[in-house]
Design a protein around this ligand. Structure first.
Ligand code: SF4
Length: 711
């Protein structure tokens, strides 16, 4: 009897959100890939959401970029890797020689693996000598990074997912976790099933699917979060609900923060007026927070994507510092990251104002340490251009070459028509992509085919600091190469040493060693919370079999790697004077545009758009209005409406009653310019950014909605 071999499952990590679920991918006899949750992964214990479950349906090669291409006489043609790499290396080198290092830039992605991110940052900051490398993670969690640094002195998430199992109260603010972080939401749902007395509070201008779990929903006026949490800080002080020993021993700055909070928000009725919430609901929230020791406050893009995003983050952290609820079981502020490796990118200095291993670009001792470790010819000594500023500098002709890796800024950046003007003007646009045709690749002079999920190998870090392996289970399609390899090959052609990596584990090892490297006898005054000491020196086999582990990772008895569930870091209160969005609604643009995700799509749909069953949930873009506003502006459910702002316009189908308050509209972020009508909501979004984090104000752009047609 012939026995068929049992297919072997490859353990990997989901390609989508920051929950970072473990996935088992199993090649099937018919050539397809079976996908199920990994029961041994601590992020999901075998569960997957609908997007994760459909990963196997997104792996076909249709539409893939399989060969390098270069532009010649205005048209793209196939090229060899040699020609394409040479064109990138020579183009960058020539522009740098004529205009200096600051005339070139990289714009990368939270979809990249940590190893890709590490090499990209090493090349730009240590060898080219500019910090002009930013990432689409700037658009989703940079306000949390800035808030963490102000409060904790480092970009630390103190808590972990287990805290959601242990909490007696879960506050979800600016987070539609039911759609955007579904497996974590299911965890909270199971907590409610197990212990119905656990209180769930949702703070969101929209009544989203997340409200299904809520005992209390506070539909605050968009942009008023700082008033709400300053009011809470003031209430905690007044009610004697602060933890005085913790404040005295572990924090600084309470008096200043409290004085600012009291100035505008000491009277709950004033908070009620500004936030437009019912007095009884506000007081119920404040009283429950004061009376409950184990509170987790989880927040996401509704907090981060604001011109006051960093202050919003710190106003939340202030309330946890005041009650000593940081880094202890069942309590803490918790930033939900949007992308699969937003956190890993941060570990290797993936943004324009950071250095590798969570070191600071503006500290000479940190720069010396990194440059010494790399033995690099130079080190960037000032922050580079953040995402929105970068594309303005390109349009202004100050940045003349940009290499875009794994992201689609023509759809995802605010004021997307400005991005188009920038790319049209840029002397050299390079795009590393998995897809042959996106809104952004249309402007490329060189297209480099990259490996996608299931083909590439490396690590990612999820919202709870857990490092997991993404493992390959498919061969490289066509001539596609790993992003880290493409970057190394360009670096070598530019004449740089230090990029002789042969495999991802060699890059990871360098990254782990840098995290705990001391420049000589001591750290020269450098104090770092981020350490991967326990992972330094991993060989190929140990890297290949690496189990998920949370940083900091120290070395335990017998040399075993020991992760850290929680970080009891203490912190600094930050005074957060409340302020509204940069652009207020006006007679011309009377409604506030809010943007966000839908349950079954991801980013600009380059992957999820391939899975027919995912399209069934929401088949096309829409604009969601309150029925009264629809009546006022003459639009009807099911018909088409034009949505316009001072920056651009789009057409979408009208939807009513999706839980939105009067004066607001909601449009999803996913649909791109390749649909029948250009449905890029980014074209409408204001380019206003948070002055500290540089994160754009995706949640508040004044718009007008008007009837467009019925088709
Ligand atoms: Fe993937 Fe996020 Fe869904 Fe988990 S919750 S399966 S990480 S999309």
């Amino acid at each position: 009897m012939k026995i068929s071999p049992i297919p072997l499952a490859v353990r990997t990590t989901c390609a989508y959100c920051g929950v970072g679920c473990g996935v088992q991918a199993t090649p099937q006899a018919d050539g397809s890939i079976g996908v199920k949750g990994d029961p041994a992964h601590p992020a999901n214990n075998g569960k997957l959401c609908v997007k994760g479950s459909a990963l196997g349906e997104t792996l076909g090669l249709e539409g893939r970029l399989l060969h390098p291409q270069v532009r010649e006489d205005g048209a793209m043609r196939r090229a060899s890797w040699d020609e394409a790499l040479e064109r990138v290396a020579r183009g960058f080198s020539d522009i740098i020689a004529e205009h200096g290092p600051g005339s070139v830039a990289l714009y990368v992605s939270g979809q990249l693996l940590t190893e890709d991110y590490y090499v990209a940052n090493k090349l730009m900051k240590g060898y080219i000598g500019t910090a002009n490398i930013d990432t689409n993670s700037r658009l989703c969690m940079s306000s949390s990074v800035a808030g963490h640094k102000r409060a904790f002195g480092a970009d630390i998430v103190p808590g972990c997912y287990e805290d959601f199992d242990l909490a007696d109260m879960v506050v979800l603010t600016g987070s539609n976790a039911a759609w955007c972080h579904p497996v974590l939401f299911q965890r909270i749902a199971r907590l409610k099933e197990r212990r119905p007395e656990v209180m769930v509070v949702v703070i969101d201008p929209r009544r989203t699917a997340t409200c299904e779990l809520a005992d209390l929903h506070l539909p605050v006026k968009p942009g008023t979060d700082v008033w709400l949490f300053n009011g809470l800080l003031s209430f905690l002080a007044r009610e004697g609900a602060m933890d005085a020993p913790y404040i005295d021993g572990r924090t600084t700055g309470l008096a200043e923060a409290l004085a600012v909070a009291n100035a505008d928000c000491a009277d709950p009725m004033e908070v009620v007026r500004i936030c437009r919430v019912e007095p009884a609901k506000l007081l119920a929230f404040y009283r429950a927070f004061a009376a409950t020791a184990k509170v987790v406050t989880a927040y996401s893009q509704g907090v981060n994507q604001s011109s006051a995003g960093t202050d919003k983050v710190n106003s939340i952290i202030n309330c946890h510092l005041a009650t000593g609820r940081i880094g202890r079981p069942g309590m803490g502020p918790f930033s939900l990251t949007g992308q699969p490796n937003a956190m890993g990118g941060r570990e290797v200095g993936g943004m324009a104002n950071m250095l590798a291993a969570h070191m600071d670009l503006d500290k000479p001792e940190h720069r010396d340490l990194v440059q010494g470790f790399w033995n690099s010819p130079r080190i960037a000594d000032k922050p580079g251009l953040k995402a929105v500023d970068l594309f303005h500098a390109i349009e202004a002709g100050k940045v003349k070459a940009v290499w875009i890796i794994g992201t689609n800024p023509m759809v995802s950046l605010p004021d997307a028509n400005q991005v188009q003007r920038a790319l049209e003007k840029c002397e050299l646009v390079v795009a590393s992509e998995i897809m042959a045709s996106t809104d952004t690749t249309a402007f490329a002079d060189v297209l480099l085919p990259a490996l996608g999920w299931g083909e590439k190998d490396g690590t990612v870090t999820n919202s709870e600091r857990c490092i997991s392996r993404q493992r390959a289970f498919l061969p490289a399609p066509g001539e596609a190469r790993a992003d880290w390899k493409i970057l190394c090959q360009v670096a070598q052609r530019m004449g740089f040493d230090g990029f002789e990596f042969g495999a991802p584990h060699e890059i990871f090892d360098e990254h782990a060693r840098l995290s705990s490297w001391r420049n000589g006898a001591d750290e020269g005054g450098v104090k770092r919370a981020f350490k991967l000491e326990g992972l330094a020196g991993l060989g190929a086999h140990d890297y290949d079999t690496l189990d998920p582990v949370q940083w900091p990772v120290l070395r335990g008895p017998g040399g075993a790697a020991v992760g850290t569930a929680r970080i009891d870091c203490g912190g600094k209160f930050v005074a957060t004077a409340p302020r509204g969005p940069v652009h207020a609604a006006s007679a011309e643009y009377p409604l506030a545009l809010n943007t966000g995700r839908v349950r079954d799509q991801w980013h600009t749909m380059t992957r999820t758009g391939k899975a027919p069953r995912l399209a069934g949930h929401v088949p096309e873009s829409f604009v969601d209005l309150h029925p009264h506003d629809a009546l006022l502006y003459g639009v009807r459910e099911g018909e088409l409406a034009r949505v316009s702002s001072a920056w651009g316009s789009m057409v979408a189908r009208v939807q009513l009653g999706g839980g939105i308050t009067r004066g607001s509209v909601f449009v999803p972020i996913h649909w791109n310019g390749q649909t029948a009508s250009d449905a890029r909501v980014g074209a409408l979004v204001s380019p206003a950014v948070d002055p500290v984090s540089g994160e754009p104000e995706f949640k508040h752009t004044p718009v007008m909605v008007e009837h467009f047609g019925v088709s």
